[in-house]
Write a protein of this length. Structure first.
Length: 464
């Protein structure tokens, strides 16, 4: 029985002999190669290169021209049909994307919980007695031998003032008291328990970061390395900069070379630190000092690993940079907590300050550095290919700008005992990060829709 087919080019109806099935023959009208289909096979079981052509009203017999052999066609069978009733049509898998699930998209909101100890501490802080008042009360409750020891040391210090000897330090005073601590203080002054709190905070935040990286957006050893670098090398570099900046005060250089310019830039940082820490300065001058000095230097210190990585163009996703920033900021906060506990809390403060320092303050530093990391990933071109440092510095200020201002404003409000305002700034710091993440999720969703649409069109074309 002749096989009916249609030329896909000219649309003419053609017929061919049964023995020509499976071969390509030239159309007698236009010369286009036409596939002669197998009459006994179901076309749904094959994947053919040519698409079926629309039907035409004209029918012409197809034969092999003289002197030309029929071109064989390779047909790839998708599924071997066992019989007329057992043939199955290919089912394509559903369209999916690699976007994170809903719970993971909003998991960063748990960082708000870490700010609750800070909120409780700031909103319930009453009149604070200074160290001298608390020490005298503790000394009154101390045994007579402790009081006698205090009188002896006081007398030695007064006599030593004429010889330019040192006054009594807090370490000396606390060593006199029983258990080496003030009344109502939680830990002795020479305690090392704060290292355990630091270890606990490291485990807690590392577990949270690994949960955020559930889709392998960041490797555990990268997160741990970021935090350790900032907690050690980054902190040391910051302390070195502070020492140099303090040394430049009172020194003036002349000239216009690069060394002199760098000297006065560092001198400006030193002046900013002094303006921030001077209790006699007003709000505005303190804010400038905390922002241009403390805020800028600490945010750059925490961003050092990211700044090094993005010195060259990178296709790394923003989620990875965000997690790296969180880990780096948390490492800084934990290291800072160790320093503050050993210098200012042990033997002096109650238990709640340790929770605030090792939970809330760590989270706050992580929020600020996470925001810097996202901005750096999105604006990495600003810092790439810059040839001179005086072009690099103002661009660096743009990268860390918003967290730097929030950081400076938070510290200034705490200095002025405006605790409610400081809490508002802490919440704004989180909301700014949440806004960045929400905006980037929206961009990812739009890109995922475009990818799905392209895949859908490709599959429709393949199935037609």
């Amino acid at each position: 029985m002749p096989i009916s087919l249609t030329c896909p080019d000219c649309g003419k109806r053609l017929k061919a002999r049964d023995e020509l099935a499976g071969k390509r023959l030239p159309c007698p009208h236009c010369g286009t190669k036409v596939l002669v289909a197998q009459p006994e096979e179901d076309g749904a079981g094959y994947s053919l290169q040519d698409e079926p052509a629309p039907a035409s009203s004209t029918s012409v017999a197809l034969s092999v021209p003289a002197g030309e052999e029929a071109e064989p066609i390779q047909v790839r069978r998708k599924s071997a049909p066992a019989g007329p009733k057992s043939r199955k049509t290919e089912v394509l898998p559903p369209l999916t994307t690699n976007e994170p699930p809903l719970w993971l998209r909003h998991l960063h909101w748990l960082l708000v919980l870490a700010l609750l100890p800070l909120a409780f501490s700031l909103l319930n802080r009453g009149e604070q007695e200074d160290f001298k008042e608390r020490y005298l009360k503790s000394l009154e409750a101390a045994p007579p031998e402790a009081q006698l020891r205090f009188l002896q040391l006081s007398q030695q210090a007064e006599n030593g003032e004429q010889d330019d000897e040192k006054r009594l330090t807090k370490d000396d005073l606390l060593a006199i008291l029983p258990e080496h601590k003030l009344l109502d203080a939680w830990l002795p002054h020479d305690s090392f328990a704060h290292w355990g709190f630091a270890a606990g905070a490291t485990v807690l935040f590392m577990a949270f970061f690994l949960l955020l990286a559930a889709q392998k957006t960041a490797e555990p050893h990268h997160l741990l390395g970021m935090g350790l670098f900032t907690a050690t090398v980054g902190i040391l570099l910051l302390l070195l900069l502070q020492v140099i900046a303090d040394w430049t005060q009172g020194i003036w250089l002349r000239g216009g070379n690069i060394v002199v310019v760098i000297f006065y830039f560092v001198k400006l940082i030193g002046f900013s630190y002094q303006a921030a820490l001077d209790p006699s300065n007003g709000f505005f001058l303190s804010f400038l000092g905390y922002t241009l000095g403390v805020g800028f230097c600490e945010e750059v210190c925490k961003a050092l690993p990211l700044l090094w990585y993005y010195r060259n163009p990178s296709e790394q996703r923003w989620r990875t940079a965000f997690l790296w920033g969180l880990a780096s900021g948390a490492g800084f906060g934990i290291s800072e907590g160790i320093t503050y506990a050993s210098r200012y809390y042990n033997g002096i403060s109650s238990a709640d300050i340790y929770v605030v320092r090792f939970i809330s303050c760590v989270a706050l530093h992580a929020l600020w550095t996470g925001s810097v990391a996202i901005t750096l990933q999105q604006k990495q071109g600003l810092l790439q290919g810059v040839e001179s440092w005086y072009e690099y510095i103002p661009r660096l200020y743009l990268i860390v700008g918003v967290p730097m201002v929030l950081h400076g404003l938070y510290d200034t409000l705490l200095k002025k005992d405006l605790n409610a305002g400081a809490l508002v700034v802490a919440v704004l710091s989180f909301l700014f990060l949440a806004f960045q993440i929400s905006r980037l999720h929206g961009e990812d969703d739009e890109e995922a829709k475009r990818v799905l649409l392209r895949e859908y069109k490709r599959r429709r074309a393949a199935m037609s």
